[in-house]
Design a binder for this molecule. Sequence first.
Ligand code: 9MR
Ligand code: 9MR
Ligand code: ZN
Length: 578
Amino acid sequence: MDRRTTIKLLSLSAASAAIVGGEQLVIRRPKHAPAPPAFALDQAGYLPGIQKVATVPADQAGKPFELLDTATGETVFRGDVGPAMHDECSGDRVALANYSAFQIPGRYRLATSDGQSGSFPVGADAWREPLRQAMRGYYGQRCGCAVDLGGGYRHPACHLSGAYHPTSGRSGDVPSHGGWHDAGDYGRYIVNSGISVGTLLWAWELFPQALRGLNLNIPESGGNLPDFLAEVRWNLEWMLSLQDADGGVWHKQTSERFCAFIMPQDDTMVSYIIGTGSPPYKSTCATADLASAAAIAARCYSAYDPVFAQRCLAAARRAWSWALAHPDVMFDNPPGIGTGSYADRDGRDEILWASGELWRTTGESAYRDAFLAQAVALPAESYVWAPSWPEVAPLGYWTVVMSGRPGSEAVRGRVLAKTAQGAEYLMQRARQSGYGQTLGPLDYIWGSNGVAANQSLLMMIADHFQSNPEAREAALGNLHYILGRNCFGVSWVTQVGYNAFQHPHHRPSAADGIAAPWPGLMSGGPNAASVTGAVLHEAPMRAWADEQAAYWMNEICINWNAALVFLLAGANAWALAA
Ligand code: 9MR
Ligand code: 9MR
Ligand code: ZN
């Protein structure tokens, strides 16, 4: 309340104010309806053989456009902009400039009577560097490690000691074991770590050709593990350290409240291992999510570090047993704790996923039986959809189908059908969207860019099960949307593209004295479900502002970046196969 933050939300037409988390936010509504940007296109570029479509304002409809070679200024392609259309999610009147027929590698600008776009590449390696950046973003999130990304983006090791909070059922100090800072805050949360690690390791399993040789320039580079697996291990080690002797896993390790916008080494609040406050202290969702992540890790690391892989498998087994014995221990912030809660009301999908991953890894009947029992309660027909941190059932179903284990036929047909149907539904949205993306109006929730990337993940899994070129294009459509083909003409990944967003809700980016934000981090994106509770907008895609204070629409987060890495890994794998 002592601090006033003014947020410009361009779609609004009058002023409204609200108290948010102790701050007064004044939302100013401009007098004029917003206009689409002159050029909305993928600023990271395109592979030569894919669809290449830019969105331009409707007054360009029917007019000529050109592609210009950036170096020479010469026209390399001419076309006519298509008819005017309405885009539901932004409220914009737009038209499409389609240059898919142009396939010659190089750097270009799009030109219309409105001027010229920024320069973007066409080439097989267009998304190589964005993939590296997005994955290197995790190195920047490391806790308990001196980090140096170059360019001044660095900090000494932070949060090196920890303690058991009384809610954990234990007391005393405890070493703090690495992990990734969750987001713009310095907390570490098992539930969010579980889906993040799971998504990243699935990318490793599905698109190894794009990830094996990835050079992340991290402290472990040149060691026994490929860089990608070394980075993921940094977080796995912390996750494993939150497992209690009885197999249960504490929900999170954070301070009691969020610190100010300071560098991590300057945050001297105690990093507590926090529990539910009463026996059994650990939570079902955290424990089952660790079981899933560690069961996948057992597969991924076995070829490089069998000892670590076995440690992961043993931890996964113990966590799974605990979760089955305590299927209903839901976490909520205990009194006095104000950091993120990742409070989920339903642990059944987490148990389904953990059972599926352990069945896939081991082939053992106990895991099979638990999976099949849980699949009755959570039928594939209702639960196979884009995953998110509280909704992991689709991961359970997909992993079982991918396993091909005897017994998986029980669900295979229904999972394939529901996945294909979901992909078809999303492809239909992409066809109707003026920005070629698959979010519907109701998908504009906290982290909608993560939702978009996870809808791509669904379509990529559909394509994996049954080759589907249109599903691939629609998956890439969301990548184009995230990287600039949206109603702001902004790239939502820091330091990727000629007009990347600048002000993430990210403490190191704010506190380091460097103007540009830390690289490789994706904005949460438009959030129409405003935290103020007020109806703030007419068009959900416009519920975003590049404002550091706007944590509900401009924070970054490890699970959103994981879905982005998955999408970029697939895109790069397809480029290599073309
Ligand atoms: O920085 C915090 C961010 O990571 C969380 O997602 C968000 C919601 O829990 O809260 C942010 O912290 C704000 C706090 O809730 C209220 N005071 C201002 C803090 C920084 O903007
Ligand atoms: O991503 C989370 C979103 O789904 C929730 O609606 C929101 C409020 O509970 O919390 C988000 O997660 C935040 C976490 O609580 C704290 N670290 C930052 C996360 C991203 O904003
Ligand atoms: Zn830290």
